[in-house]
Design a protein around this ligand. Structure first.
Ligand SMILES: Cc1cc2nc3c(=O)[nH]c(=O)nc-3n(C[C@H](O)[C@H](O)[C@H](O)COP(=O)(O)OP(=O)(O)OC[C@H]3O[C@@H](n4cnc5c(N)ncnc54)[C@H](O)[C@@H]3O)c2cc1C
Ligand SMILES: NC(=O)c1ccc[n+]([C@@H]2O[C@H](COP(=O)([O-])OP(=O)(O)OC[C@H]3O[C@@H](n4cnc5c(N)ncnc54)[C@H](O)[C@@H]3O)[C@@H](O)[C@H]2O)c1
Ligand code: SF4
Ligand code: FES
Length: 814
C-alpha cells in the first residue's frame, strides 16, 4: 500500500519538493496538498512582472490544474489547515476535511510583516505577497492616484516600479538613510536611488512612520517628525516572518521558523518543513534558490535515496526593475579582516565591489553592469583562494591579455547539481539533460523544457553558456527571445512562418506552429494580430478581441473608468469651425475637462463609454488615435509662414505627414514633429521621427523618445524636398513596422537592430520605393474607426448604446 504524504502549503518551495519526489520515486506516496490560496502553484516571484505589466496572471502558473490530476495529487485549494494531531497523525482543514498522514510536510511560507501602526486596518493598506494583493493594486490604480510604499527593500522597490507603470504617483518610505540597505553598500545604493528617481520614484529616506490617517479608507501617512504624505494606497513591504503558528500549536519546536535538522526533519516524528517557514541552523531564507535546495534534500530522504544533508546556502539577489542592473551576494559590507576591490565608473554609472577574506571572495555588489554576477557568485560558493591574484576576479589573468574568465569557462567548472536558474531551481544537469535528451538547441526551447530563465531572467547568460558549452557554439540555434511562454519560437521565426506558410489568422498560427497554450496569452494574442495585419494587410481581418482595451474601444480609458475623446487636429492647426464643434460637443455631453495635450490637440476627458459614439457623430472629425499603436501626432512649429527664423513651411510639412500616415498600425505608438529651423521649437529631436528644416532642405532624425527614458534622436539623413521627406518617412516607418517586435518603441528598436542597419536598409532609392509601395498598400486599407462604429448597429451596441439613440441620448437631457 502507498504511504500517505500530506503537505500544508501549495507554494513554490513545497511543490518543487513534490516534483522532485515524484521524479525520484513516483509510486511511493499518495500525495495530498492543502493550499489556502484558491490557485494552482504559481510563480510568486513573477508577481512583480505582473504588476509592472510585463506578464499576465496566466503566464505565471507553474503547475496547472491538469498537473495535479495527471500526477494523482489531491489538491485542496482554497482550504486552510487549522489543526495537526501529531499523535493521531491527522491534519484538519477549515473546509471540514481530516486527512490522515504517514509523512507530513509544512511548506507554509511566510507572512508579510505588517507594521502595527494606528490606522493600519483601514481600507487601502495592504501587503504585496500574493495574487490577491497584486489584483488589489491593479484595481486601485484604476481609481486612485497616489501610493506610498513603506520599505525600500527588494519588494518595496519592485512594488513601486509596478505602481508607476500602472500610472500612480509613488513615494517610497524607508527607515534607513539609504535604499536596499540589507543588500547594498551606500555607494551602490545612492546610484540606484538616482536611477530610480530618474524613473519617477520619490523617496522619503530615514523616515519613521507614526500613524495612518483616513476614515474608512486611508488618506495618508504621518511620520514621527510630524510631516505627512498623502496616500490613497499604502503598501507595506518591510520584510517577512516565517508562517509557523500552526506548527507551534501542533507542538513543534519553533524559534522564528520551524526548527529543522540537515534533512529538514522537524522536532516530532514524520513531520518535516521546507521553504520560508523552516529555520535551518538559525536561518530562515526568503529567496527561492535555497528553498529548492532544501526541497531536493527532503525529496531524496522521503524517496528513500541516499544523499548529503542540507548545509545552508549563500544567497544572491537581483532587483527586478527594468533598466536597473543591481546584484548583491554574500557578505558585501566592509568588516574587520576583509579587503575590498572597488571599481567605480561615474561616466557610465557602473560600480563593482568584491570583498575578500583570507584571499577568498566572500561577497560582492554590482551596479550598472551585472555581467560578472554568475562568476562572482560561483567564486563565493566555490571558495577558491585568490591570494595575490585578487584582481583576476574582475579583470582576468594579466597574462591572458586582461581577459576575464568567460561564462563558458565558468560553466565548465560547475558541478552537475549546481543551480543555474535560482528562480526555478534548475541545475546544470537538468539543462544538459534537456539539451542531450530532448534536443533543446536554443534559449526559448530550454526555457520551455525546463523553465530556466522563466523567472527574473537574470540567469539567461549562464543558461546560454551551458547551451554553448554542451553543444558547441557553432551548433547553438540562433539564441533569440521567444515571443511568450506559449511558443519556443522567436519573433522572427513566427513572422517568417506567417509569411512562408501564408497564415492569416491567430488560430491558424497557434495551430500550425503548435502553440503550447492553444488559446494563446495576453502577450502573444495582440502581437500575432499585429504581425498578421502587417504581413497580409488585405487578407487579415483585425481580431478585435485580441487588442488591448483602449484599442478595442477606440478611446483611452482613464483611471476612474471614463474615457477620453481626442479628435485629430492635423499638425496642431485648427479652425474656428472645428473649435466651435468641439466646444458644442463638450457642453452638450458635459465633458468635465477640456485640455490641450503635449501633442497640440484637444482632449475631452471624463467621457462615459456610452456617450462615445454620440460624441464622435456630433464631432464629425477623424479619430486622433490617442489610444492606438499607430501614428499619434505630428507636432509642428509655425515655421516660415509667420516666424522670422523659419526656413521652411513646417506646418504644411507636418499636416502632409499626418494626413498621409494617420491610422497606420505600428508596433507601438509613433510620434512625429516638424520644426521650421534648427531652433527646434517643436522638439523634433525627441520624437520617433523628427523633421528639422535647414537652409535649402530638411534633416530627418530617428528613434528619439521623450518618455521615461529620454533619448535624443539620431540623424538619419538630409534631404532637399518635401517629397523626399515623405518618401523617407514612409520607408522608415515601413521598415520599423516590418522588423520591430510588437510593443517595441523606435528608440528600443533602433538600439537593438542598430542605426547603421536602418540607414543601410533605407539608403538605396529602389529599397525606399519598395518599402513605400508596401506601406501605401496598408494605408489604402485603413478606415476611420469611429465612422465605422457610428454606421454599424452591432459595433455601437458594444458601447451600451441602443441602436436608435446615437446622439439622441445626449439630446434627451444629458
Ligand atoms: C512580489 C515578490 C517577488 C519576489 N521575487 C523574488 C525573486 O526575484 N527571487 C527570489 O528568489 N525570491 C523572490 N521572492 C520570494 C519568493 O517568492 C519566496 O521565497 C517563495 O515563494 C517562498 O516559497 P514557499 O513555498 O516557502 O512559500 P510560499 O510561496 O509563500 O507558499 C506558501 C503557501 O502556503 C500557503 N499556506 C500557508 N499556511 C497554510 C495553511 N495553514 N493551510 C494551507 N495553506 C497554507 C500559503 O497560502 C502559500 O500559498 C519574491 C516574493 C514576492 C512576494
Ligand atoms: N528580486 C528579489 O530577489 C526579491 C523581490 C521581492 C521580494 N523578495 C523577497 O521577499 C521578501 C520580502 O521582501 P522585503 O523587501 O519586504 O524584505 P527585506 O527585509 O529585504 O526589506 C525590507 C526593508 O524594509 C525596511 N523597513 C523595515 N521597517 C521599516 C519601516 N518601519 N519603515 C520603512 N522601512 C522599513 C528595511 O530597512 C528593509 O530594507 C524578502 O525575503 C526578499 O528577499 C526578493
Ligand atoms: S523652430 Fe524655428 S521656425 Fe519654428 S518657431 Fe522655432 S524659431 Fe521659428
Ligand atoms: S534566476 Fe531568475 S529566471 Fe533564472
Amino acid at each position: 500500500m502507498k504511504r500517505k504524504l500530506v503537505m500544508i502549503g501549495n507554494g513554490m518551495a513545497g511543490v518543487s519538493f513534490v516534483e522532485q519526489l515524484l521524479k525520484l520515486n513516483p509510486g511511493r506516496y499518495d500525495v495530498s496538498i492543502i493550499g489556502a490560496e484558491p490557485h494552482p502553484n504559481y510563480n510568486r516571484i513573477m508577481l512583480s512582472s505582473v504588476l509592472a505589466g510585463e506578464a499576465g496572471m496566466k503566464d505565471i502558473i507553474l503547475n496547472d490544474w491538469d498537473w495535479y490530476r495527471d500526477n494523482g495529487i489531491a489538491l485542496l485549494a482554497g482550504q486552510e489547515a487549522v489543526a495537526v494531531d501529531a499523535a493521531a497523525r491527522t491534519v484538519s482543514t477549515n473546509g471540514g476535511e481530516t486527512l490522515p498522514y504517514d509523512e507530513l510536510v509544512f511548506a507554509t511560507g511566510s507572512l508579510p510583516f505588517m507594521l502595527p501602526l494606528p490606522g493600519a486596518d483601514k481600507e487601502g493598506v495592504i501587503a504585496f505577497r500574493d495574487i490577491k494583493d497584486c489584483e488589489t493594486m491593479i484595481e486601485t490604480a484604476e481609481r486612485y492616484r497616489k501610493a506610498v510604499v513603506i520599505g525600500g527593500g527588494l519588494l518595496g522597490l519592485e512594488a513601486a516600479r509596478g505602481l508607476i507603470n500602472l500610472g500612480m504617483e509613488v513615494g517610497v518610505v524607508h527607515n534607513s538613510p539609504y535604499l536596499m540597505n540589507r543588500q547594498l553598500d551606500e555607494t551602490a545604493s545612492r546610484m540606484l536611488q538616482a536611477e530610480l528617481e530618474r524613473q519617477g520614484m520619490k523617496f522619503l529616506l530615514g523616515k519613521q512612520s507614526d500613524f495612518i490617517t483616513g476614515e474608512e479608507r486611508v488618506t495618508g501617512l504621518t511620520f514621527k517628525d510630524g510631516s505627512h504624505e498623502a496616500a490613497d494606497l499604502i503598501v507595506m513591504a518591510v520584510g517577512i516572518r516565517p508562517n509557523a503558528r500552526l506548527a507551534k500549536n501542533s507542538g513543534l519546536v519553533v524559534n522564528d521558523g520551524i526548527v529543522v535538522d540537515d534533512y529538514m526533519a522537524a522536532s516530532l516524528p514524520n513531520i518535516h518543513a521546507v521553504g520560508e517557514c523552516a529555520e535551518h541552523r538559525g536561518v530562515s531564507y526568503g529567496l527561492v534558490a535555497p528553498l529548492y535546495e532544501q526541497g531536493a534534500v527532503l525529496a531524496r530522504k522521503l524517496a528513500g535515496a541516499d544523499g548529503d544533508g542540507y548545509q545552508g546556502s549563500v544567497v544572491s539577489t537581483k532587483l527586478k526593475v527594468s533598466g536597473v542592473h543591481v546584484f548583491s551576494a554574500g557578505r558585501f559590507a566592509d568588516e574587520p579582516g576583509t579587503k575590498a576591490l572597488r571599481v567605480q565608473d561615474d561616466l557610465d554609472g557602473i560600480y563593482k565591489k568584491v570583498v575578500f577574506e583570507n584571499g577568498k571572495v566572500v561577497g560582492a555588489v554590482l551596479f550598472g553592469d551585472t555581467g560578472d554576477s554568475s562568476k562572482l557568485f560561483s567564486a563565493i560558493r566555490g571558495g577558491k583562494d585568490y591570494t595575490g591574484i585578487e584582481k583576476e576576479v574582475l579583470f582576468g589573468p594579466s597574462g591572458a591579455g586582461g581577459k576575464a574568465e568567460s561564462a563558458t569557462d565558468l560553466v565548465a567548472a560547475m558541478s552537475g547539481d549546481e543551480i543555474v536558474c535560482g528562480c526555478n531551481g534548475v541545475t546544470k544537469d537538468t539543462l544538459v539533460g534537456a539539451i542531450a535528451e530532448k534536443g533543446c538547441a536554443s534559449l526559448p526551447e530550454l526555457k520551455a523544457c525546463t523553465k530556466a530563465s522563466a523567472g527574473c531572467g537574470g540567469c539567461k547568460p549562464l543558461v546560454e553558456a551551458v547551451l554553448s558549452a554542451t553543444l558547441g557554439a557553432d551548433r547553438v540555434a540562433a539564441v533569440k527571445e521567444g515571443i511568450c511562454g506559449c511558443t519556443p519560437l522567436s519573433r522572427d521565426e513566427v513572422v517568417g512562418a506567417i509569411r512562408q506558410m501564408h497564415l492569416t489568422t491567430s488560430k491558424e498560427v497557434m495551430h500550425v506552429l503548435a502553440w503550447r497554450n492553444t488559446e494563446g496569452c495576453s502577450k502573444c494574442r495582440p502581437a500575432l494580430n499585429y504581425y498578421l495585419g502587417m504581413a497580409f494587410p488585405e487578407e487579415h481581418e483585425d481580431e478585435r478581441e485580441s487588442r488591448f482595451v483602449n484599442e478595442r474601444n477606440h478611446a483611452n480609458i482613464q483611471k476612474d473608468g471614463t474615457y477620453s475623446v481626442v479628435p485629430r487636429i492635423y499638425g496642431g492647426v485648427t479652425t474656428p469651425e472645428d473649435l466651435m464643434k468641439i466646444a458644442t460637443v463638450a457642453e452638450k455631453y458635459r465633458v468635465p475637462l477640456v485640455k490641450f495635450t503635449g501633442g497640440q490637440r484637444i482632449d475631452l476627458l471624463g467621457v462615459k463609454k456610452e456617450d462615445l459614439p454620440g460624441m464622435w457623430k456630433d464631432l464629425d472629425m477623424p479619430s486622433g488615435y490617442a489610444y492606438g499603436k499607430s501614428l499619434r501626432t505630428v507636432k509642428t512649429c509655425v515655421g516660415n509662414t509667420f516666424c522670422r527664423f523659419g526656413t521652411q513651411d513646417a506646418i504644411k510639412m507636418g499636416v502632409d505627414l499626418e494626413k498621409k500616415f494617420e491610422r497606420l498600425n505600428t508596433p507601438h505608438k509613433v510620434k512625429l514633429a516638424v520644426s521650421g529651423c534648427p531652433r527646434n521649437c517643436a522638439e523634433a529631436t525627441i520624437k520617433d521621427l523628427g523633421v528639422v528644416a535647414i537652409d535649402g532642405g530638411w534633416e530627418l532624425y530617428a528613434a528619439g523618445n521623450g518618455g521615461t527614458r529620454v533619448r535624443a534622436a539620431d540623424l538619419l539623413t538630409k534631404v532637399k524636398t518635401e517629397e523626399e521627406v515623405l518618401a523617407w518617412t514612409g520607408a522608415y516607418l515601413q521598415y520599423y513596422r516590418e522588423t520591430a517586435n510588437y510593443m517595441e518603441r523606435t528608440s528600443e528598436w533602433s538600439l537593438r537592430v542598430g542605426l547603421e542597419t536602418i540607414k543601410r536598409a533605407l539608403e538605396k532609392p529602389e529599397d525606399r520605393d519598395a518599402l513605400n509601395a508596401r506601406i501605401d498598400k496598408a494605408l489604402e486599407l485603413t478606415q476611420d474607426p469611429w465612422k465605422q462604429i457610428i454606421e454599424n448597429d452591432d459595433l455601437r451596441g458594444a458601447f451600451g448604446v441602443m441602436t436608435a439613440t446615437v446622439g439622441a441620448q445626449a439630446a434627451d437631457g444629458k
